[in-house]
Write a protein that binds this ligand. Structure first.
Ligand code: FE
Ligand code: FE
Length: 288
């Protein structure tokens, strides 16, 4: 296995990217009470808290627009979807020497549980690829610009966003134009016109937007937008199409959070099925 991810792959306070996902999973555990929720965030590992401090401090509107422009060119790599999965797998978690393929395990498990429930093929495919945008880490992007719950920039931050207190460090807090309810947007303008904090969702959306049905694109683009799909914050920026499509984002979420199984999927055995599925929607080589 190439050593590519070890050095530049993980810049940030999380030991591994899954630490953020584990935190989200605990936070939205349906059995958890409101009081436990508060306690949980207060007692989150220091690395997780520091991760959110950095995320909330540095995800300014200016930063988001710059990253969107930079990655819109899709000039980083040219590769097929399976190759991108293998590339993502070079991102090795330092703290987890036993699981050498954690990223591919998560995406194959997500896709397999969607498949078992008899959902459409594009839904399965969305599950398979939804986290491929995490290769941003391999380009040297810091963790806070790859993962984390996403939120709109250029308007007031919802107090439904986890650790809202860290936004006081964000330079946008000093810009009154960005601090009103709708900010730079218009009431009900639709999320396509809204800039969310930059990360693996928006990046993968940019790569695949010409190839998948709208429902799958919503799942990919908004799966980390927890303030939107779990908390119903920012409904006033959405239009009716967003609301309709968010049903699919919500349908996808449990597969993302809860499809970790103890038995590791046999990626090699499953590969022919998934190569067929990939070829049904994507050209052999994509621009990334
Ligand atoms: Fe994700
Ligand atoms: Fe995921």
């Amino acid at each position: 296995m190439p050593d590519l991810g070890r050095v530049e792959g993980m810049s940030g306070p999380l030991d591994k990217l899954e630490q953020w996902e584990d935190f989200v999973k605990q936070r939205y555990n349906p059995d958890k009470k409101e009081s436990e929720f508060r306690q949980y965030t207060a007692e989150a590992p220091k690395g997780v808290q520091e991760f959110y401090r950095l995320n909330h401090t540095h995800q300014t509107r200016e930063f988001v627009l710059r990253k969107k422009r930079e990655y819109a060119a899709l000039g980083r790599r040219q590769m097929g979807v399976w190759e991108a999965m293998e590339y993502l797998n070079t991102l090795v978690d330092e703290s987890d020497p036993d699981t050498d393929l954690p990223q591919i395990d998560h995406i194959v498990q997500t896709a397999e549980s969607i498949r078992k429930d008899g959902h459409p093929r594009w839904f399965v495919l969305a599950g398979l690829i939804h986290d491929l945008g995490k290769i941003l880490c391999l380009y040297g992007e810091p963790q806070w610009a790859v993962v984390g719950d996403t939120f709109p920039v250029g308007c007031a931050w919802s107090d439904k966003i986890v650790y809202p207190e860290y936004f006081r460090f964000n330079p946008d807090s000093a810009n009154p134009a960005y601090q009103t309810r709708v900010g730079v947007y218009e009431e009900g303008c639709g999320l396509d016109k809204v800039d969310l904090s930059w990360g693996h969702d928006e990046y993968l959306y940019t790569v695949v937007k010409d190839y998948l049905p709208a429902e799958a694109l919503y799942m990919i683009r908004y799966h980390s937008f927890y303030p939107g799909h779990k908390e119903a914050a920012y409904d006033y920026l959405m239009n009716d199409r967003d609301r309709e499509m968010f049903e699919w984002v919500r349908k996808f979420n449990p597969y993302d959070l809860y499809s970790k199984s103890d038995s590791r999927p046999d990626a090699a055995a499953l590969r022919p099925f998934y190569e067929d599925l990939i070829a049904e929607y994507f050209p052999p080589i994509l621009r990334w």
